[in-house]
Design a protein around this ligand. Sequence first.
Ligand code: SF4
Length: 280
Amino acid sequence: MRTIHTDEIIKNIKEMCIEANLELSEDMKRKLKNAKEQETGRLGAQILNQLEENMGIAKEESIPICQDTGMAVVFFKIGQDVHIEGMNVTDAINEGVRQGYVEGYLRKSVVKDPIERENTKDNTPAVIHYDMIPGEQIEITVAPKGFGSENMSRVFMLKPADGLEGVKASVLQAVKDAGPNACPPMVVGVGMGGTFEKCAFLAKKALSRNTEEPSSIPYVAQLERELLEEINQLGIGPGGLGGNTTALAVNVETYPTHIAGLPLAVNICCHVNRHVSRTI
Ligand code: SF4
């Protein structure tokens, strides 16, 4: 049994909120660089150049990559041999988010109530997904999610007979409908299986997977490749201004499901696909 104090959780979450908003992961940077080299659309290529320039400025001047610094999504995996000391864990995670967004001068985008819409002024609360894992560590991923692309995400409750063709048609429809509103080039997270809420969670989780690592399930890896190719034939392009880079990656996560259903979620992310992971 190992004891971890909530002060350590707060400190890490604070740093991760800032880090995630200032610099993309290495795989995302490489994806954007490769896209720039392969983009055939004139305007699309210009947009990719501007995105690269923007990322450089963000890094040099320690400012966010995008003005929309997102709602903080936190994946929090607790080792079953960890004893947490201090305050309530959910409060500690939110305190880390509060400190990160306030001290990091990140935009506060969260409202207290979906209808009354009063800003909480510190970007809390976060959306937290807890999980139990073996061991004496806590694995944390912080993924600030922009809402231009979040708003274009979809859940489809397909029938088993819809099969892979139904999945592909639905993902392509979601991307077509998203068009320029999702700030392309996008990363497309897909969740297949489970229940209504589980597939949405899987689609979100898919976005935080390394975009250079295909699924370990052969047919799913093939689906990811085919979807990426077909999405990039849609012609939406960077910024929605045409070109062959509509998506940088498609990540698909799966889970067992009920004999009567094929739940499918498509969580779209813009090119600012932010996520930082740490193990404490
Ligand atoms: S969707 Fe992404 S790129 Fe567009 S405004 Fe939001 S964070 Fe920025």
